[in-house]
Write a protein that binds this ligand. Structure first.
Ligand SMILES: [Zn+2]
Length: 360
């Protein structure tokens, strides 16, 4: 059974483990450099492991670390897959499995959710013609509350709570800002970027090749943490509620599947990986399921993101407040609690199992 030992202590040990696990099983492996270099000048890479035919007609894709620090969890699921689930396993005819370790290696290595340009990569996958500008109307008035241009102080959660208690903007505006991202405040939270980031360019070049010319169906599980009730998960899909696609996914993956409601669609899905994959590979029936596992309450998550973002932009090097903010961010996105870790890894493997069954 998978357990908390599936978690690695940092990006580099996670990467080495992923690579050696995949090689030990005889999978093909590749490493794609993703600029910039790491904290000590090391090359950072997106690791790719694959098993199955050269020209599969169906694929299960499992990716981790699109949100950097959330990669601790996604990589733990990948470790459990390679160390237990896929041992002595061969794919059925026509099926390939593709594992992508650390889509945002900079964030994983530096304990940030965003990349080197402060970009939330799951808001950077804009479609052709969509401008890198704008955002929810509610974001601009929230900017002074979310992004004070000073190092973090104490009582972050308190300060944030107090901000809301003023009730000028309220939770709906904040949730919309979280869900929607924004393209106007480069040092702010949930920033979607001013142009396509290296990860997006790498996937644009390589994903079609990895998927192959014969594929007609892809189920792609992209692992995340930090949203929802602790220890539970939601599978966010880029399908309208009530559509045939959403119903089929619910039949395969259960009631955790959450499609988007008609209202507010434009913000809910702008810049996300799921819609982009569909658009880039129009001949493939491609579904990304963003598997969001809950950790702590949303107020603590936002407070941790806010403090860490301030520390990154406004602390001098060596300021202990920066270290404290990063430690809290790690706890918020990869809680140390062994019970949480054991439970979420087992659930993560079970989700991948459902995808394998659906395409088997
Ligand atoms: Zn995430």
């Amino acid at each position: 059974m998978p357990d908390a030992s599936s978690f690695s202590s940092d990006y580099f040990s996670s990467r080495a483990r992923f690579r050696s696990n995949a090689l030990a099983l005889g999978w093909s492996v590749d490493a794609v450099p993703v600029p910039p270099l790491g904290p000590n000048g090391e090359e950072l890479t997106l690791e790719v492991a694959r098993i199955g035919p050269e020209r599969p007609d169906r694929l299960v894709v499992v990716s981790s670390g699109l949100h950097g620090i959330e990669g601790f969890f996604g990589a733990a699921v990948q470790a459990a897959l390679l160390e237990e689930r896929f041992v002595d396993w061969a794919p059925p005819p026509g099926l390939a499995v593709l594992l992508l370790h650390a889509l945002n290696p900079f964030g994983f290595a530096n304990l940030r959710r965003v990349n080197e340009n402060n970009v939330d990569l799951n808001r950077n996958f804009l479609l052709d013609g969509q401008p890198y500008a704008g955002g929810p109307e509610g974001y601009a008035p929230l900017d002074p509350l979310l992004n004070p241009p000073t190092p973090p102080g104490g009582f972050e959660a308190f300060a944030l709570r107090a901000g809301w208690n003023i009730a000028r903007y309220g939770m709906p505006a904040l949730k919309e800002a979280v869900a929607g991202g924004q393209y106007d405040f480069a040092r702010g939270l949930f920033y979607g970027g001013a142009g396509p980031q290296p990860t997006v360019e790498i996937l644009r070049d390589r994903l079609p090749r990895w998927i192959g010319p014969a594929a007609h169906r892809v189920l792609h599980i992209d692992f995340h943490t930090g949203l929802g009730q602790r220890g539970t998960y939601k599978l966010l899909v880029d399908q309208p509620a009530g559509s045939l696609g959403a119903d089929a996914l619910r039949a395969a993956f259960g009631p955790a599947v959450q499609a988007w409601e008609k209202a507010g669609v434009s913000y809910a899905i702008r810049g996300g990986l799921g819609g982009w994959c569909k658009a880039r590979l129009p001949r493939v029936d491609y579904d990304v399921l963003a598997a969001e596992f809950g950790t702590v309450g949303i107020l603590r998550v936002i407070a941790a993101l806010r403090a860490e973002n301030r520390a990154t932009h406004w602390c001098e090097a060596g300021d202990p407040r920066c270290g404290a903010a990063r430690t809290e961010l790690l706890e918020v996105f990869a809680p140390r609690d062994a019970g949480w870790r054991t439970g979420v890894v087992a659930e993560g493997v079970a989700i991948v199992d459902r995808a394998l069954t659906a395409l088997g």
